[in-house]
Design a protein around this ligand. Structure first.
Ligand SMILES: [Zn+2]
Length: 523
């Protein structure tokens, strides 16, 4: 590298910004404190690691865990532009029940003056986390003894004490983030990671779509849908150039269970980011639309790795991409902030009387003497039948939270990636980050195509967990875009413009290099 290249590279956008020691002091670079900002940002995290022996939700039957691999946490970021305040909260949890969101928001509004609609609470969908679902306490208390037995003794159940603790720690995390707000600058960016996530739904020769048909299955035609490789990042720095934290958005089921309670692959993502950028950086992970996306490649010819290795592989690759984005982004003031929400009710699908009758008959059989999957799905129809008598509709919230040129668009579902990609392509924001399993949980919400003649698969099965009407995905996409339509994106921060070109030779900038504008020399 010669002197000219050195000068040039030291001025590349993002290299020196906010990173102590790298700022060269050259005139063309201004330290963050010169840029001015009306934004204050605070980050905090709290522990929600479950007790040994608690249930691990994530399937339709009870499973318990007796080891801890790494801590489960609540992570929060509070943004304040002096006019408006928002809170972004992420839990290392399979899901966050709606009543927890409603109760936590009420206290957060009272204690931190952050309006309810401006608080986003989402779950990372960790399948190695504590009992926040599936069946909620008291949900089936009015049902028959048979249904109560299926729900409370056989199904995966939330733990009352644990859910109360999670609710309290959400409030504490936001309160802590709110009280440590400092003047800050933000950067916005997105990278790509294409090797860790795969569409788990595959087209079959019989015309249907199967979920995880198995490696080497000769009846597979190909993937039924895309992935979303985008790694979305918002970073925040204080005025002295210290990195405070970042928000990360990426779509991949957190099912790389490393053994024991764990944040799942986001643990390794956080470890990677902290390893490079600072041990006290808070990483708030917002799960993208990954209802049909996991780390499993059904078309891979190779043996699948262990849970530990897989969690590392996914987490470290996504984390490395976050680091690349963080060192490349330009800083700005990250305003304006805005938040809107739409609430409405969506009907549940209703199983036919014949389907219900057959299911009641089937659950009387010994589950060990019949097809286990069929018995579990029969149990689910019996539970859904009871649920429909109490709640034939479900309250659904879609929320849009803006930080400058970025908008988080939420849904409470395990939302198909196709819907997330549609939100991105139709949004007018430079950065659109869809967040699933936010502000409640309504189970899988597939595309309408997945319910059609060539659809099918696990996510389309009617259960007590996944049962919204076929148009639910469409309704949520349109609601999100309606909210986006009411907002005005902020500017994406860019580096200062180069000075106008001057023909006289000079050492750097918009002038020809005095050593460079010469003919070839052969002698
Ligand atoms: Zn899932």
């Amino acid at each position: 590298m010669n002197r000219r290249d050195f000068i040039r590279s030291s001025g590349v956008a993002g290299l020196s910004v906010g990173v102590p020691g790298l700022f060269s002091g050259k005139e063309e670079r201004r330290p963050p404190s010169d840029r001015g900002s009306s934004l204050k940002v605070g980050f905090a995290e709290r522990d929600i690691t479950p007790d040994l022996g608690m249930e691990v939700p994530g399937t339709y039957v009870k499973t318990r865990e007796w080891k801890i691999h790494d801590a489960c946490k609540v992570r929060a970021a509070v943004f304040d532009d002096g006019r408006f305040k928002i809170a972004l909260v992420s839990l290392d949890a399979l899901m966050v029940p709606r009543y927890v969101v409603v109760a936590a928001r009420k206290v957060i509004e009272e204690q931190c003056a952050i309006p309810r609609d401006s608080v986003l609470i989402s779950a990372s969908h960790s399948h190695s986390s504590g009992p926040t679902g599936m069946v909620q306490p008291g949900q089936y208390d009015g049902a028959s003894p048979l249904v109560k037995k299926l729900a409370y003794e056989i199904s995966s159940c939330a733990n009352v004490g644990y859910v109360e603790r999670v609710q309290e720690e959400i409030i504490r995390a936001v309160r802590d983030a709110n009280s440590c707000r400092v003047d800050a600058l933000c950067g916005f960016g997105a990278g790509e990671e294409r090797k860790v996530s795969f569409n788990r739904r595959l087209r079959m020769k019989n015309g249907l779509t199967y979920t995880h048909p198995g490696q080497g299955n000769p009846d597979v035609l190909g993937y039924a849908g895309p992935i979303d490789p985008q790694v979305g990042v918002i970073g925040a720095w204080d005025q002295g150039g210290r990195q405070l934290g970042c928000i990360v958005n990426f779509a991949c089921h957190a099912t790389t269970n490393p053994g024991g309670f764990s944040a799942n692959w986001p643990y390794y993502m956080e470890k990677t980011i902290r390893g490079v950028l600072g041990a006290d950086l808070v990483v708030v992970f917002m799960q993208g639309c990954s209802g049909d996306i996991t780390q499993v490649d059904n078309l891979s010819p190779y043996a699948l790795p262990s849970g530990e290795r897989w969690a590392q592989f996914v987490g470290e690759r996504v984390g490395a991409e976050v680091v690349k984005v963080m060192v490349s982004i330009e800083l700005g003031d990250g305003t304006p902030l805005d938040a809107r929400a739409k609430l409405w009710r969506i009907k549940r699908r209703v199983p036919s009387p014949e389907h219900v009758r057959i299911s009641y008959d089937f659950v009387q059989k010994n589950p060990n003497q019949v097809d286990t999957a069929e018995w579990v799905f029969a149990k689910e129809i019996v539970m859904l039948d009871a649920l429909l008598k109490k709640d034939p509709e479900v309250e659904v919230e879609v929320q849009a939270i803006q930080v400058g040129p970025a908008v988080f668009l939420t849904n409470p579902a395990e939302f198909f990636v196709e819907c997330g990609l549609e939100l991105k392509s139709r949004s007018k924001f430079p950065f659109t980050f869809p967040v699933e399993l936010a502000n409640g949980c309504v189970g899988y919400v597939p595309t309408e195509e997945a319910f059609g003649p060539h659809g099918g698969g696990y996510e389309t099965r009617l259960t007590s967990y996944s049962n919204l009407e076929v148009s639910a995905g469409r309704q949520m996409v349109e609601a999100g875009l309606e909210l986006v339509g009411q907002m005005t994106p902020g500017k994406v921060p860019t580096p200062p413009k180069a000075s106008p070109f001057r023909p006289e030779v000079g050492l750097f900038g918009a002038t020809p290099w005095s050593y460079g504008n010469v003919p070839p020399q052969i002698d």
